[in-house]
Design a binder for this molecule. Structure first.
Ligand SMILES: NC(=O)c1ccc[n+]([C@@H]2O[C@H](COP(=O)([O-])OP(=O)(O)OC[C@H]3O[C@@H](n4cnc5c(N)ncnc54)[C@H](OP(=O)(O)O)[C@@H]3O)[C@@H](O)[C@H]2O)c1
Length: 333
């Protein structure tokens, strides 16, 4: 274990006029915000929000310069909180990380103790970031659907944006729990991988973004949607009576144009997912479950590893919708 050095490497995004300048810089420990826990970051990941945080039109970054990275995992090197000892493997994500406070694309980071999740045995820092914020949101979505009564024998469950982080992890969790999962994707060349992850059937993006009648045949016992746009209305009008969709994202657009009929004639529910504000106690519980009964199938396999110097392409790629599984960022791992 090493203590935090006076300077280290970090990937920084800085607004300069109308542009955002991005790249690896030497960063000073003295310029990190205050916090009780200092972490040597081993791994971070690339989430859709990270892509937005490094774009001038992204409307995500709240400070400049910003070290992006909305999640991180590594080892505690110093702690002013007695419940989190140096040497502990931990992760942190959510709250202000990588948005209004420096995030995970940094060899060292300082965070409030109340944001820290100690890693349970059975989940390495690399595996934790292979799940990352996207996978945590997928797990939240599965739990929300099950809390409302969804079970493996309820019927087929639809996952949209299945080649991406939230979608792919939701597919892998649901398949491992014995559900019949259908994957909607815009990428034909991902079909084999999605079947490998556990998809029983595949829908093309055309089908789930087409205009339709206010109500169509009742098909899905539940759904996980991180796409929004034209896809969420399709999901709502094809859910079975009493079923729910857990909605977390807008990769396909932020506008929602639907009718009230799925709600008032079929008792369908739209469950909003917000991973950012989940209280720390609940967050730690859910991470414990991600190591055990919510552990995604083939965890850590469907990843592309990049270093800090290779982040530009990954950040642009995720916003362009080219995700194929998760991008892992090797910070010091
Ligand atoms: N609410 C929360 O707490 C929370 C947490 C995490 C993420 N999110 C949100 O969830 C969404 C997904 O995040 P992610 O990290 O999983 O992103 P991602 O890895 O890029 O996955 C998004 C997937 O959506 C699909 N997609 C469908 N239409 C698209 C379009 N027009 N443009 C781009 N992609 C399209 C693509 O999959 P296919 O090609 O397979 O269709 C893409 O791979 C984002 O909006 C993100 O901000 C929210």
């Amino acid at each position: 274990m090493t203590t935090m050095p006076p300077t280290f490497r970090a990937y920084v995004a800085e607004k300069v006029g109308d542009r955002v300048e991005r790249g690896v810089r030497t960063f000073a420990a003295a310029d990190l915000p205050a916090g009780e826990v200092e972490i040597r970051v081993a791994w971070s990941s690339v989430n859709y929000k990270d892509g937005l945080a490094t774009r001038a039109d992204g409307k995500v970054a709240r400070i400049s310069p910003l070290i992006p990275g909305i999640d991180l995992a590594g080892e505690v090197v110093a702690s002013a909180d007695r419940s989190i000892a140096p040497g502990t493997a931990v992760l942190a994500h959510g709250y202000e990380l990588g948005v209004s406070r420096h995030g995970g694309y940094s060899e060292y980071q300082r965070v409030p103790a109340g944001w820290v999740v100690p890693l349970v045995a059975g989940l390495s820092p690399r595996e934790a970031m292979a799940i990352g914020t996207a996978g945590f949101t997928a797990a939240m979505s599965v739990v929300a659907l099950e809390d409302r009564g969804l079970q493996p024998d309820s019927g087929p469950v639809l996952v949209t944006g299945a080649s991406g982080g939230v979608g792919g992890t939701a597919l892998a969790i649901l398949a491992e729990r014995g559900y019949e999962v259908w994957a909607a994707t815009g990428k034909e060349d991902e079909v084999t991988r999605l079947r490998q992850l556990g998809a029983s059937g595949i829908l093309g993006r055309d089908e789930v973004t087409a205009q339709g009648r206010p109500l169509e045949s009742e098909r899905w016992a539940g759904a996980v949607d991180a796409v929004g746009g034209a896809t969420l209305p399709y999901v709502l009008r094809t859910l079975q009576t009493g079923a729910a969709v857990a909605a977390s994202g807008n990769a396909g657009g932020a506008r929602l144009e639907t009718t009230v009929f799925p709600f008032i004639l079929r008792g369908v529910a739209l469950l909003g997912m917000d991973s950012v504000t989940v209280p720390i106690g609940r967050r730690r519980q859910l991470w414990d479950r991600l190591a055990t009964d919510l552990r995604p199938r083939e965890l850590g396999v469907h990843v592309t590893e990049v270093g800090l110097d290779e982040l530009d392409d990954a950040l642009d790629g995720i916003v362009a919708g080219s995700a194929r599984g998760r991008w892992l960022v090797r910070v010091g791992g």
